[in-house]
Design a protein around this ligand. Structure first.
Ligand SMILES: NC(=O)CC[C@H](N)C(=O)O
Length: 214
């Protein structure tokens, strides 16, 4: 731009800033999510404190152990701040343990286990058995992408009840629900992040970008 250029004819900025998203980094497969998000151009923050949370426009709840992440989130003072941001509409992607943490109701949780909630679903922990019963399958997810998604289940949960405001994103061939979306929240029972599968992260980042535009 020359010094004479009038400001009111300036071109709008063509490059939007990359979305700034967090991965809850208390326990679980944080690194795999960070890699998936960075491969899509996102700026990624490891969230361990309420201050970290305040700097991000979206959050990933990783796979791992939901009982441990629940306990640590309380110890680190993150439980209420995360619940507040979820209620405020922050986009969240939860995978496996992350889905459990987003569920309003859980079955087979520990007696004192809490969730952040937000998804109007009931989720059954460890519904497919032990680690040895892990499996992989290609799933159609037409609301997310055209071609099937490669889904890796590791001691995963199952969505056993779907409330009226939640939308099914994916189900096993027998109809059992394994992926859900509701407003700002995406919860999936498997692990795209360990399979080099980035289309669900892309779906999440699109929500973050849409939120930025508001
Ligand atoms: N791979 C996973 O995230 C397993 C979830 C774990 N079974 C739990 O209850 O939290």
């Amino acid at each position: 731009m020359t010094p004479e250029s009038p400001p009111d004819t300036a071109e709008p900025q063509s490059h939007a800033a990359p979305p700034r998203v967090g991965v809850l980094a208390l326990q679980g497969d944080v690194r795999e999510h960070v890699a998936a998000l960075r491969s899509l151009g996102a700026e990624v923050v490891l969230v361990r404190t309420p201050h970290d949370l305040g700097t991000v426009d979206g959050l990933v709840l990783p796979g791992g152990e939901s009982t441990t992440i629940d306990k640590l989130s309380r110890i680190f003072g993150l439980r209420e701040p995360i619940r507040d941001r979820v209620a405020d509409g922050m986009p969240v992607l939860g995978t496996c343990a992350g889905l459990i943490l987003l569920a309003d109701r859980i079955v087979d949780g520990l007696p004192d286990q809490q969730t952040f909630g937000g998804l109007d679903v009931t989720v059954q922990r460890n519904a497919f058995g032990s680690q040895r019963d892990s499996f992989e399958i290609d799933l159609d997810m037409p609301l997310v992408c055209d071609d099937p998604v490669h889904a890796v289940f590791i001691r995963g949960p199952l969505v056993t009840e779907v409330g009226p405001s939640a939308t099914v994103l994916g189900a096993l061939p027998d109809g059992r629900v394994v992926a859900i979306e509701q407003d700002n929240l995406i919860g999936i029972a498997f692990h795209p992040e360990v399979a080099g599968e980035t289309r669900l992260h892309r779906h999440f980042l699109a929500r973050v970008a849409a939120g930025d535009a508001d």
